[in-house]
Design a protein around this ligand. Sequence first.
Ligand SMILES: [Cu+2]
Length: 491
Amino acid sequence: MNKRMNLMFTIAAIAVMGGALFGSSFTSQMTGLALSTDANVLQKIHDMGGLELVMPAAFAEAGNCDSDEYADRNVVEFPLTGVSTSLPRLGGGEFSAMTFNYQIPGPTLRVTQGDVVKMTLTVPEGEPTPHGNDMHASQVTAVPTFGAVQPGTEKTYCYIAQVPGVYKYHCSGVNVAAMDQHVLQGMYGIAIVDPIDGYSKLAVEKTQVNESGDVTRDRQFHSGDALEWQLQYNQMYLTDAGTYDATKMFAHDTTYTAVNGQPFGYVPNSIHNLLNNGDMDKNIFVAQPWNSMDLKQYQSQLLFTPTGVHNRIFVENHGNEPVFFHIVGEILDRVTQGSRVQSAGTETWLLGGSQNMIVDVVFDEPGIYVAVNHDYAAIYTGAATIFVAGLPLPNINATATAISTEKYDVIGGAVGALAYSGALGNPYDAIPPYGEQSIMHPAKNVHCMCADGVAEAQAAEGAVELWVAIPAILEESARVAAEAAAVEAEG
Ligand SMILES: [Cu+2]
């Protein structure tokens, strides 16, 4: 009976509930735009008992995790909590976020092709709206599997990850109603399904001058092991109060373009200024919107990689606009979608909505490279992500190699790792969970569009709180310098 009640879900009920829960923006979406041709249409739907999109008797049994089909397979549990919260927005203030596990994006699931995923979505008592989870890596009946989970209840379903690649998962709203709001306010994440036979080695196109003095092709090969990243794109459509603005969504009027939940989350910050000889007025990037150590996990961070290393970037477009993925100063060495190589040696690759790819790239020259959505509206609203390859920043390098403490080994860390990641770490939220062929990052720093509890969990795993570490390093450095000066004065 309970199941049938869920199945008897009606659009009219969604509208009534949604209007009550989400106020005017939701109501305007349903009446002002989507259904504007007939003001009485909602009443008519209600009067006829709602829109039943399929016959209830036709629903298949779904989510049975005891199926014989799953015997002898590796089962990976993936627990999620659907919960609303407040998170900071660019330029100050907050926005009314909806999250999986108090973080945007939600946790990344990583499995190997052939594994069984056992997903449980819990919606706590008191949460103002139901949620659902549509996992694109699954091949199961969408109804009722992805249907709404009511507050105070949970739902589990299982599936076999049959096809390798990157897949989004996202809230399905209240049985599809308000799905736009739930996703665009933060309820999205990715699942990485590693190929059962592993990742292919990478050929990078080069040339050389041979013994006869001829310029010839010189393919350079890298193993399938790689330093890995995740970049997830989405739009934010916000009112001044930080609530969801459906009118802006319908008009494709982007407020911000988020990368891993944060516009401009991966650009230089005050920490880099401190290391840049302490010159706080000399910003090395024109826009530094998350530029104070007080911002803790929200302070922007850079992505550090050594030169000559195989980088594997998992890219997902969760959004409402195309992503023209380009890295300024680099050529994408290989683009893979699903289990097929789509391109090699290409400047830019296009991702439509809910589309993904794996980008392989090797940075040969030390320098600053900016991964962008090469749509100017996207760049200027947040889609600029800075990779620093090698050790190209002389001032930071000088400072970093001149100071050290027992706890934070800046000298050995940076130089040893051939990148500043050894000292400053790479942002936790830009790194997917490690797989069989992951090159480990030398260190991680605490970073996320997430609640404090999530940031604390990152620190408990060993990620460096740079807002604590950098002042400690500088203080220690000053103490050591003062001691040396005193000894010199005595001598
Ligand atoms: Cu939701």
